[in-house]
Design a protein around this ligand. Structure first.
Ligand SMILES: Nc1ncnc2c1ncn2[C@@H]1O[C@H](COP(=O)(O)OP(=O)(O)OP(=O)(O)O)[C@@H](O)[C@H]1O
Ligand SMILES: [Mg+2]
Length: 421
């Protein structure tokens, strides 16, 4: 069984789109596939038309009970999506996983242990991760044989990439299994010169650590998600579908290169007396191999950034225009002088408000304004100080998914924390 985690701490770079459509394309290639959503936002269920209100138990229940007396089996929470294709949905409770497992030993291995119990049932597990690095993403890394980092082909995504890969490198160095990390160019718009230049740079710098397949920007993918269908059902003739078919085939083509089985069989072939020594040597080599690979990817990202920071005179103006155009392309909170801008992404929400100690927890006074592509924005003037707030999405109170600074509130939930300087 190959476990592929889709990771990028940048919000909205296409993780869930990749996770859903890669999983369904693998299933179409006759691979028994499980899609596991570990993002508290629960977008996989939304994107596959699984009714949220009817999800009684989610991956949260499976993970949290895995360290208790009566574990909930993964099979108890699965939703059949299609032939060879099942979903383990997430729920908002996952946002409390980190806090609830405080002090629990080995909590970073919950997902790994859970997936071991279904090892015989699936060929592939695809894990959709939240846009944050925390214990949930670390669980995904510990459980994985492969990590796919989707990268938007835009200037700001490259900025994030270098930092992201550094973090990933630190996390992966703490693992004892081999992980194959690959960059995937996503939301590629061939019509823009900027897109083409950045893809060429990515290819030059990441070469063997990048998928040949590129996921093009394709509005059919957006439409498919909003109708709760994978692209292979919604529009099999679309470019989006072809891209994911190619991606699945490219991944499957490397099946024989995946180590765990080979290593396991190599270890079994050794004499019992030498087994332990061989095993630890193997492991050391694997970890070193992986470290080298990550270091190389990470320094490639830095080199790439450096080359973009010194653009050719011809492209500088274009890059600056792109930067201007994308200045608002961030999610979370950012301070501009005395104002704080909140930006979040809820493509399917009808209303998004903010309630915090700065407005007496009255969300009606601070309704966010819908912007393009499911974005919501609001600028507030706040005096310097520390504030706590929550997002109110269609009446549901939740923590800001793009702010890693949180504090527990008296109701056992998390408030997001903001410091205005
Ligand atoms: N290749 C693509 N072409 C067109 N639209 C896309 C593509 N990939 C993603 N999108 C759209 O971009 C938005 C963000 O994508 P998605 O939800 O997959 O990102 P994400 O990284 O999972 O976000 P988050 O970090 O919030 O989990 C969605 O509206 C999605 O439909
Ligand atoms: Mg997502």
């Amino acid at each position: 069984m190959r476990t592929v985690a889709i990771i990028n701490q940048k919000g909205g770079c296409g993780k869930t789109t990749v996770a859903i459509n890669l999983a369904s394309a693998l299933a179409a290639e006759n691979k028994k596939t499980l899609l596991v959503d570990i993002d508290p936002q629960g977008h996989c269920a939304v994107g596959l038309a699984v009714p949220e209100e009817q999800i009684e138990q989610s991956i949260y229940d499976v993970l949290i009970s895995s360290r208790r007396g009566e574990p909930v089996k993964p099979t108890e929470i699965l939703w059949e999506i299609g032939d060879n294709f099942e979903l383990a949905p997430a729920s908002i409770d996952l946002a409390a996983f980190e806090q609830q497992t405080n002090g629990v030993t080995d909590r970073e291995n919950c997902l790994k242990d859970v997936l071991k119990t279904v090892e015989q049932d699936f060929d592939y597990v695809v894990v959709d991760c939240p846009p944050a690095v925390g214990i949930l993403t670390f669980n995904a890394i510990r459980a994985s044989t492969d990590v796919i980092v989707p990268v938007e082909t835009g200037y700001f995504s490259l900025h994030g990439l270098s930092r992201q890969l550094d973090t990933l490198s630190v996390l992966c160095k703490q693992c004892s299994q081999h992980i194959n990390v690959m960059v995937l160019a996503s939301m590629y718009d061939i019509r823009t010169k900027m897109g083409r230049e950045i893809l060429a740079d990515l290819r030059k710098h990441f070469s063997g650590r990048m998928f040949q397949t590129v996921v093009n920007f394709n509005t059919k993918l957006k439409e498919a998600a909003s109708l709760g269908q994978p692209i292979c059902e919604y529009d099999p003739a679309s470019r989006g579908h072809k891209d994911f078919q190619c991606l699945a085939q490219e991944l499957i083509a490397t099946d024989t290169m995946v180590e765990p089985k080979q290593i396991a069989s190599a270890i079994q072939k050794t004499e019992p007396q030498t087994q332990i020594v061989e095993k630890s040597q193997d492991r050391k080599e694997i970890v070193k191999n992986f470290d080298d690979k990550l270091d190389a990817i990470s320094s490639s990202a830095q080199e790439l950034m450096a080359s973009l920071n010194e653009p050719q005179p011809k492209t500088r103006a274009k890059i600056m225009r792109d930067i201007d155009g994308r200045l608002n392309d961030f999610y979370g909170t950012r301070q501009f002088g005395g104002a704080v801008k909140f930006v979040t992404l809820y493509p399917r929400a009808r209303s998004v408000q903010i309630a915090g100690d700065f407005n007496n927890w009255q969300p009606q006074q601070t309704t966010m304004k819908p912007a393009q592509d499911g974005k919501w924005e609001l600028a507030l003037t706040l005096a310097p100080g520390k504030y706590r707030y929550r997002m109110v999405v269609d009446g549901q109170w939740q923590q800001d998914p793009y702010n890693e600074q949180v504090e527990m509130n008296p109701f056992g939930e998390f408030n997001s924390v903001l410091e205005v300087k």
